[in-house]
Design a protein around this ligand. Structure first.
Ligand SMILES: [Zn+2]
Length: 297
């Protein structure tokens, strides 16, 4: 095996391992309040404080994710009735390089007639957060048949929410309903209501990751092989216009020690056949000497 080829293979293997290591989508479920911080206090008879409701809904949501989405790793900020500071909550998400963050809460208002779900994001300029919020909001109003009072950001609120501001990933804070509204408080206190809310969050989450977080390089894990087509190598950097007519994504790699420092490849195939097909295609478009690079363990 030539030196250049070995280098390539090492690089691909490295990328492959990264693919495997990063494969799981990391979801942090932040369970609002806890311990000495009860959140909103129960209003009706036999009703429970917000910190307990949050935990019940969050655990149901997490259980759905664990059961149905094997590619998602769930991390809770708390699983018991304990106090966790806001800094610790966001640290947990940031330190674990979470992809998504969902904080679970229950709302309250002096006006007991107000009810419905609300989803908070940091800024409407963050299109991912908007899509993520709307995906869940849509589930609340359709399948869960809840009333929604919408998605809102800091400009709408007029103040910042620490956990959605300080987290580095797409983050939501979900108010699952108003404890100050007697009917909604009752609903939130039933296993049925908690189930409906949790499954709506789950479905919205599932829909969002399906469309917006594509599976990360599962092919690498399955076969341990990557096939690419090298179309060119050059001692100097080539202009992209040279490959423009291919209408493909061309990857450039740089090797300081080699005479042909710049390598150009296309494709990221899981089989030789697939890569070879691609080689024939680029050969027809002028790259007659293109060849497939492969690695076998
Ligand atoms: Zn709360």
């Amino acid at each position: 095996m030539s030196k250049i080829l070995s280098l390539f293979l090492l690089l691909f293997l490295f990328i492959g391992f990264q693919g495997v290591a990063q494969q799981k989508i990391v979801l942090v479920i932040d369970v609002g309040h806890g311990g000495r911080d009860p959140g909103n206090l129960a209003v009706g008879k036999k009703m429970i404080n917000e910190k307990y409701l949050n935990l019940k809904i969050a655990k149901k949501f997490g259980a759905y994710v664990k059961k149905h989405l094997k590619n998602v790793k769930v991390i809770y900020t708390r699983k018991t009735d304990k106090y966790v500071s806001l800094e610790d909550r966001t640290d947990i998400a940031n330190d674990n390089n979470a992809d998504l963050f969902i904080s679970i809460h229950c709302n309250s208002n002096p006006d007991t007639a107000i009810y419905g779900t609300r989803i908070h994001i940091h800024s409407e300029k963050n299109k991912k957060a908007v899509r993520f919020a709307k995906s869940i909001d849509n589930q609340f109003t359709t399948r869960a048949a809840r009333k929604s009072i919408g998605v809102c950001d800091r400009r709408f609120r007029g103040y910042d929410l620490f956990v959605v501001k300080r987290t580095n990933m797409t983050a939501l804070l979900i108010e699952t309903g108003f404890m100050s509204n007697p009917a909604e408080e009752k609903y939130l206190n039933t296993t049925y209501g908690q189930d409906i809310i949790a499954s709506a969050i789950f479905r919205g989450f599932r829909e969002y990751i399906k469309k917006n977080l594509p599976k990360k390089k599962t092919r690498t894990k399955k076969t341990g092989l990557i096939y690419k087509v090298q179309i060119s190598a050059s001692p100097v950097k080539l202009s992209k216009s040279k490959f423009k007519h291919l209408k493909m994504k061309v990857d450039e790699s740089y090797y300081k020690q080699n005479k042909y420092k710049y390598k150009y490849t296309v494709g990221n195939a899981k089989s030789f056949g697939e890569a070879n097909k691609l080689r024939r295609k680029v050969a027809k478009k002028g790259f007659k000497d293109a060849f497939v690079i492969t690695e076998k363990k």
